[in-house]
Design a protein around this ligand. Sequence first.
Ligand code: AKG
Ligand code: FE2
Length: 198
Amino acid sequence: MLPDGVTLHDGFLDAVAQIALVGALRTVAAVAPPRRMEAPNGRRMSVAMTSAGRVGWVTDRKGYRYEPRQMNGAPWPPIPAEALAIWRAVSGWDSDPDCLLLNHYAEGAKMGLHRDADEGEFAAPVVSVSLGDPARFRIGGLARRDSTKSFELRSGDVLVMGGASRLIWHGVDRIRYGVSPLLARGGRLNLTMRVVAG
Ligand SMILES: O=C(O)CCC(=O)C(=O)O
Ligand SMILES: [Fe+2]
C-alpha cells in the first residue's frame, strides 16, 4: 500500500516509448550537460543533474533554488514533447510543468532522503519517470522521522507524488547497475516534472 497521493503507474512506458524518451533527453543533455553539483554543505552529489524548461533546479554552497539560466548564461532547453505527454496523461493538472529535472545515476550513485520543497506550487504533483537500471526507491511520510518503506522503480515506471503526499520524504537507496540495456552508457535516468511558479 502506497501513501494517499502516491500513485505508481507500473510499466507506463513500453520499450518503444522508453527509447523515444531517451532520445529526446539526449538532446536536453547535449544543450545542458548534466553536472554533479555541490550541496549547500559542500559535498558533491553522486547524481549528475540538469534541467529543461523555463527554470532549472541548481544547488551550490548558496543553497537549493531554481534559476532561469544555466551556469554559462544560456537558457535551459525546452521540455521534450514526449515528457509533456506523460505529464498530461497522469498529473491531473491543467497546465504544463515549468521544470523537468533530469538525473543520471552512474554506478554507485544514490540520493538521500529529501523533500521536493523548492517549488512555488504544492497543489501540483511531481511526476517522476524511471529509465534504465532499476532503483530501490524509499518513501516516508511528511515528517523526517516517520517510518519509511522501499520498493523498486523499473524502466518505464511513472510515479506521481501529489495531494496529501506532495511533500513526503523520499530518496534512492541504490541502483542495480548493469541490469538494463536501455542506456548506452549504462546506469539510470530519472526525470521529474514540477510546477515551480504557482
Ligand atoms: O531518482 C528518483 O527516482 C527520485 C529523484 C528525486 O527525488 C528528485 O530528483 O527530486
Ligand atoms: Fe525528490
